[in-house]
Design a protein around this ligand. Structure first.
Ligand code: EPZ
Length: 429
């Protein structure tokens, strides 16, 4: 097991580059299952545990994959089975993203139920309901989703809830369906646009991505393409908070600023200066640009946060901003509307001296003068990032165990923070 040790008090400075977006790379890799011929070359793939998991998943189906640095070359012409086994799916819920492509291309799939995870039950009923509307027959037995389908048919699908991977799964399935599919109340996350742009390069006919209604006209087949994954907006947001909490002054060289409206507006309201150093190009809004972050003045402002589907404030930034708010005098109220159990970091922050009261999906944060370093335990991916940010500002030493949670979504996080001046290292226990 590994731990990360942080000694607080350093002001971060310098430049940092964020990796490719985990939540874009995962559906993009799943989408290669749709390509009947040709190889797909994906660039700017982040080096993360979750990426390794989905690569193992596709390789187990017979995909030919070569990986060098941040590049993945995938051919799925030789797929010889459509199984996604429990051993892999249980470590990464996003494995469910292979279900739509497998049914669309091969007419069959046997995918382990993902099961819940630390932050909530996270059902996939909306994925299954949409696929059944497209003509798939789906049984659930012995913990597996067993799907069968002739050629899927276009359907008019309205999501009861906005679901990111549900939208992605059904957009991929509809790309090869017979007829037109409408996805209503679709998620609008930038990663969905990234996926749609790549699918169009593979030959898919998709419009409306990034809006609440996506229209997909199915085609007979798709072919491989070359595509560059967008920069990770959540990693960028995490470094923005790192600059704020350490009273530092940093430049994030490839910030997908256009994908961070909900985060930037709140951090500016708190009192951070977020200054783009060049203009982003209108025709490539998801590309990264250099952005400088520092405090506008010494006192920061407490405020209320409510997590919402994009373009609202993202739930994946809730733990990180809560950490910042614990040190800002006044009272901040955080409402977590997306997941039912995404406050596990609260108990660890309380051990560091934070004054937080949880009532269901609401956390009341009262600012304290200081946090004190302590041994803490990571519970999920974004909570672990939040605890490290707390360690940057705490007095003394913080030791965070269960670092594998962090490695699922952040590549070399402690190395990047160390390069910005933090007193941080990883140890093997
Ligand atoms: C995606 O998860 C992200 N993961 C999550 O990021 C992110 O927190 C989440 O979207 C919300 O933005 C990936 O993209 C791989 P949802 P997803 O389906 O798609 C309910 C991270 O830290 N729901 O949008 O699984 C669900 O329970 C991870 O990088 C149903 O009820 O989330 C939740 O309350 C964590 N039935 C809400 O919808 C369904 O069939 C939104 O979930 C599907 C979802």
């Amino acid at each position: 097991m590994e731990s990360i040790i942080v000694k607080g008090g350093r002001k971060l400075s310098g430049e940092v580059t964020v990796g490719g977006a985990k939540n874009s790379a995962l559906p993009l890799i799943a989408a290669t299952l749709l390509a009947e011929n040709g190889r797909t070359l994906l660039e700017n793939i982040p080096d993360l545990r979750d990426i390794n998991t989905i690569i193992r998943l596709l390789a187990g189906m017979g995909a030919e994959i070569t990986r060098s640095e941040g590049k993945l070359e995938i051919s799925t012409t030789a797929i010889d089975n459509c199984q996604a086994p429990y051993e892999l799916v249980k470590t990464m819920r996003a494995s469910i993203l292979v279900l739509g492509p497998l049914l669309a291309r091969f007419g069959e799939a046997r995918v382990s139920l993902p099961g819940g995870c630390a932050i909530g039950a996270r059902p996939i009923n909306l994925h299954i309901k949409g696929l059944e509307q497209m003509g798939a027959e789906i049984e659930v037995e012995h913990g597996y989703i067993i799907g069968k389908a002739g050629r899927l048919k276009g359907a008019d699908i309205s999501f009861d809830l906005t679901t990111v991977t549900g939208t992605e799964n059904l957009m991929m399935a509809a790309a090869l369906a017979d007829g037109v599919t409408h996805l209503r109340n679709a998620a609008r996350e930038p990663e969905i646009i990234d996926l749609a742009v790549c699918l169009r390069k593979m030959g898919a006919k998709i419009e409306g991505d990034g809006t609440h209604t996506i229209i997909i006209t199915g085609v007979e087949k798709l072919t491989g393409c070359e595509y560059q994954v967008m920069p990770d907006r959540i990693e960028a947001g995490t470094f923005m908070v790192a600059a704020g909490i350490s009273d530092g002054d940093i430049v994030i060289k490839n910030t997908p600023l256009a994908a961070l409206d909900g985060v930037v507006s709140k951090l500016q309201e708190i009192g951070l200066e977020i200054e783009p150093l060049t203009k982003f190009s209108e025709d490539q809004p998801l590309a990264g640009i250099p952005v400088r972050i520092r405090r506008r003045n010494s006192t920061l402002q407490a405020l209320d946060i409510k997590t919402m589907p994009y373009p609202g404030f993202p739930t994946d930034m809730q733990a990180q901003v809560m950490t910042l708010l614990t040190l800002i005098s006044g009272t901040s109220v955080i409402s977590e509307t997306i997941f039912e159990n995404r406050f596990m970091h609260v108990f660890e922050l309380q051990r560091m001296g934070a004054d937080i009261e949880v009532d269901g999906r609401t956390a009341i944060v009262r600012g304290v003068e200081k946090l004190s370093g302590a041994p803490v335990m990571a519970s999920d991916l974004r909570a672990s990032a939040g605890l490290i940010l707390a360690g940057l500002a705490a007095e003394g030493e913080t030791v965070m165990s269960r670092v594998y949670h962090l490695d699922r979504g952040y590549s070399g996080f402690e190395k990047k923070l160390k390069a910005l001046g933090a007193n941080i290292k990883r140890i093997k226990e």
